[in-house]
Design a protein around this ligand. Structure first.
Ligand code: SAH
Ligand code: SF4
Length: 367
């Protein structure tokens, strides 16, 4: 074993990690990378097992009030054909998830802070609970809202929330968002704290390979997840979109394959750092590599979010370009996923919620 490799194996044996340790792990390649993935696979087996849980993703609207510089459905992109699924289309998708034993659904959309929107989500959550006899778990991912709105949705039956911090570095956050009150780093953080306080299983995440982002930033992101005590993480590669302001910096990006590799390493290092949380293999991984999500599962992820949005609308929810599976209907995805997970040595936890073990243990300690 050469010096570099023995340094990496020594770090992998530690029970806590400094910022420089995490940075070294994120920078490793070749045989060292192999060691990292072997370790993260072992940690995953030991702490969360080999089951993979499904969250049926319903991208119910691409209408958004915000203008994030990286996102294809930002408000100022006038070439997007805007859509908003009807309640019955959303409920049909939820029924599909229930009948196919997906265990949970995620309702995701652009951001909207109107009262009408809050009321609509409250009703949808209640109806999804009803149609599945309380069986379907419900995750919401509809951006920043007031604490009282988050509370109403929690009381209606939503129990998980995904709100990516996008980057834990405030100055980088400001570079990738407009500088106004609608895109305020501290407000996003406050929202995450409210969600945690209200009792949601709280999920966050970052984009990997953003322009101006360093490996040091990514190591900080991992420490942010740890210190916040996050229950679930969904993170994936940043993929440029030609109709967004950040596209101007496309020549400064890491090559796409390197962004993919770095994303796998982020998943692996996070699994070693926070052994029993839920980690999703983001769809953006699959946009780069047809087996991207399965590779994510192999190195530490235990959640997959199959897209169950009706095929007709998938093309219009283009946060980034080359989104996978946009021509398929939900039923086509299912058979495909079974085979794919088996490829990653996993087993699908059909009909199970697959809650974050970290969250459950935390609650047990409190209660
Ligand atoms: N509007 C909500 C949820 C939808 S956006 C919100 O912003 O929280 C969901 C996620 O898509 C964002 O958090 C962001 O991390 C990701 N995303 C947006 N544009 C992207 C891009 N160009 N490449 C990769 N991920 C992107
Ligand atoms: Fe809207 Fe979310 Fe895209 Fe930002 S990332 S523009 S909030 S959909």
């Amino acid at each position: 074993m050469n010096i570099k490799m023995s340094r990496i194996s020594a770090i992998l044996e530690q029970s806590s990690f400094t910022h420089p340790d995490l940075k070294q792990l994120l920078q490793c390649d070749g045989d060292e990378r192999h060691l990292l993935f072997k370790k993260s696979g072992e940690v995953k087996d030991l702490y969360v097992g080999n089951k993979v849980y499904f969250r049926g993703l319903i991208e119910f609207s691409n209408v958004c009030d915000k203008n994030c510089y990286y996102c294809g459905i930002r408000r100022s992109n006038l070439s997007v054909r805007r859509y908003n699924l009807t309640d019955s289309e959303i409920l049909d998708a939820a029924r599909f998830a229930d009948e196919n034993k997906f265990g949970s659904v995620v309702l995701q959309s652009g951001e909207n802070s109107s009262i009408a929107f809050a009321d609509r989500i409250t009703n949808l959550v209640r109806q999804i609970k009803q149609l599945s006899n309380g069986k379907l778990g419900i995750t919401l991912s509809v951006g920043e809202q007031s604490e009282s709105v988050y509370r109403r949705w929690f009381e209606a039956g939503a129990h998980r929330y995904l709100l990516r911090i996008e980057t834990a570095n405030q100055s980088l956050y400001q570079k990738i968002h407009p500088n106004d009150s609608l895109h305020d780093f501290h407000h996003r953080l406050d929202c995450l704290h409210s969600l945690k306080y209200l009792g949601y299983q709280t999920g966050t995440g970052v984009m990997i390979g953003l322009p101006f982002q360093t490996t040091g930033d990514l190591a900080n992101d991992l420490l942010f997840f740890l210190h916040f005590g996050i229950d679930m993480v969904g993170m994936g590669p940043y993929i440029e979109h030609s109709q967004t302001p950040l596209y101007a910096f496309r020549n400064e990006l890491l090559p796409i394959q390197e962004r993919f590799d770095l994303s796998l390493k982020m998943i692996a290092v996070l699994r070693i750092l926070m052994k029993d949380i839920n980690i999703a293999a983001a769809t953006a991984l699959q946009a780069i590599d047809p087996l991207g999500r399965e590779k994510g599962v192999k190195v530490g992820a235990n959640i997959i979010m199959p897209n169950i949005t009706p095929g007709l609308y998938r093309n219009d929810y283009s946060l980034y370009e080359n989104k996978p599976c946009i021509d398929e209907e939900p039923a086509q995805c299912k058979g495909c996923l079974d085979a794919r997970i088996a490829l990653a040595d996993g087993e699908i936890g059909y009909g199970e919620w697959g809650d974050s073990i970290y969250f459950i243990k935390k609650k047990d300690k409190e209660g």
